[in-house]
Design a protein around this ligand. Structure first.
Ligand code: UD1
Ligand code: CA
Length: 456
């Protein structure tokens, strides 16, 4: 392709997707945490498309809402009369001197590399077509060759017994000049077994007009596999997951079992880190070097720095974890949790919108919400910050070096002084003094002569 040629992409997404049995439009179903349509949209962006047109059908109106941040032209195909008819809805909006690439919203694993090679074959004298060899070509359009040159595509339903034996099939993905596409679309009729306007007819028309049909193939068949039901979607999901995990392994990360990890977004992991089985990563997650992540952790939109140990079954969301921190097992870090270096959050501890200072520990059964914990503090088992009065949230401040005895309630707004000690079982409602022991509980007593009730 001449370097100066501009690219327009048409993404066909008007199919009803009835076999998904879902209220959600088919192309909105997610693969690796991202809607299938967004995968195809992202590939179009990578190719440097000048404009992107998405053809949607009835029931697909919600696509606009789901994909409101897409920079695309939305084109309604009122009735689905075939792939050529679908393309025709979008083509009037495309400049004649552009190259048009046809993609499909339900073919999510297509690679930019494959598409670049395809586009490179387009010229004023040629049409570029992506084909694939299939062991079982049933249902697909067959590539008809004459003296080795592709000359036509015959749909399965229109094919003769002889033609049905052909194993090279049409992927549906093709690229050609916009001006020439528009000429062809005017000529395509629906005189075939299905009564549809076939986009594939551009191949015969092109050959008639002296165009060369240049075919190319993807590296892997899965790149051109479409999704019609949830079984196919789950198959592609595992392929995509395998690809994603291989990227992090190549960067020096050990994964206990590449088949038992799910990456639903962007995961960046430093070398010599280890990820045990059944972890889920979602959104944007960055993990440093020498980090150990135990089994069953669910981590989303978070940063974990070097040398941390995340013990089994911890749930971490929108949190920042500095160097050499230990978390879990069974810890829950919620949005706004920031654990500074060498700190520790143990089992059944929930941390929300809270900063835990350097070397501070909350090891057992604790809730820290809207709290600023200084450095080298010890938060005893069962400590609760009472941050909510039923209407508003309030802040708790625990200064450096404090020791909070077990089973303490800190009723916010409240400040615990520097190096202060709080006696176990206290309910602290007022600020406490630096360096002093503060406690609030009745003195222990023994009741003389008391006896346990006896059964009558
Ligand atoms: C099409 C090709 C076939 C190819 C196969 C690959 C044609 C005529 N046939 O057949 O050669 O082997 O894809 O999968 O093109 N769509 C619309 N509007 C329509 C019709 C289809 O948007 O009016 C969209 C569908 O949502 C779908 C895609 O186009 O994503 C393909 O349509 P489909 O009817 O499934 O084509 P096939 O019969 O599989
Ligand atoms: Ca069909």
């Amino acid at each position: 392709m001449a370097i100066s040629m501009k690219l327009s992409v048409i993404i066909l997404a008007a199919g009803q997707g009835t076999r998904m049995k879902s209220v959600l439009p088919k192309v909105m179903h997610k693969l690796a945490g991202t809607p299938m349509l967004e995968h195809v949209y992202n590939r179009s962006l990578e190719l440097g498309a000048e404009d992107i047109h998405i053809v949607y059908g009835h029931g697909g109106e919600h696509l606009h809402d789901y994909c409101s941040d897409f920079d695309v032209e939305w084109v309604l195909q009122d009735q689905q009369l075939g792939t050529a008819h679908a393309v025709q809805q979008a083509s009037p909006g495309i400049a004649d001197d552009h190259i048009v690439l046809i993609l499909y919203g339900d073919v999510p694993l297509i690679k930019s590399k494959t598409l670049k090679a395809l586009i490179d074959n387009v010229s004023t004298d040629s049409i570029s077509l992506l084909t694939v060899e299939l062991e079982d070509p049933c249902g697909y359009g067959r590539i008809i060759r004459h003296n080795g040159e592709a000359v036509a595509i015959v749909e399965h339903k229109d094919a003769t017994v002889e033609q049905k034996r052909i194993t090279e099939v049409n992927t549906g993905i093709l690229a050609l000049h916009a001006g020439y596409l528009n000429e062809c679309l005017k000529k395509i009729d629906n005189r075939n077994v299905q009564g549809e306007y076939y986009l594939t007819d551009v191949i015969q028309l092109g050959v008639k007009d002296g165009k060369k049909i240049i075919t190319s193939q993807p590296e892997n068949t899965y790149e051109v596999e479409g999704v019609n039901d949830r079984k196919q979607l789950s198959k592609l999901e595992r392929i995509k997951q395998r690809e994603l995990v291989e990227v992090i392994m190549a960067e020096g990360v050990s994964v206990a079992d590449p088949a038992r990890i799910d990456i639903r977004g962007e995961l960046d992991v430093g070398s010599d880190s280890f990820i045990d089985i059944n972890c889920i990563f979602a959104g944007n997650v960055t993990v440093g070097r020498n980090v150990t992540i135990g089994p069953g952790c669910v981590i989303s939109d978070s940063t974990i720095a070097d040398g941390c140990i995340i013990k089994p079954y911890s749930v971490i969301e929108k949190a920042i974890i500095d160097n050499n921190v230990e978390v879990g097992p069974f810890a829950r870090l919620r949005p706004g949790a920031h654990l500074k270096q060498n700190s520790r959050v143990g089992n059944f501890v929930e941390v929300k919108n809270t900063q835990l200072g350097e070397g501070s520990k909350a090891s057992h059964l604790t809730y820290l919400g809207d709290t600023e914990v200084g450095s080298m503090d010890n938060i005893g088992a069962g400590t609760i910050t009472c941050n909510y009065d039923g209407a508003n949230k309030h802040k708790t401040i625990i200064k450096d070096g404090a020791f909070i005895g077990s089973d303490t309630q800190l009723v916010a707004p409240v400040t615990v002084g520097k190096n202060a000690t709080i006696g176990a079982g206290s309910t602290i409602t007022r600020d406490t003094e630096d360096e002093k022991l503060t406690l609030s509980r009745t003195a222990q007593k023994t009741i003389k002569g008391w006896e346990r009730p006896k059964k009558k």
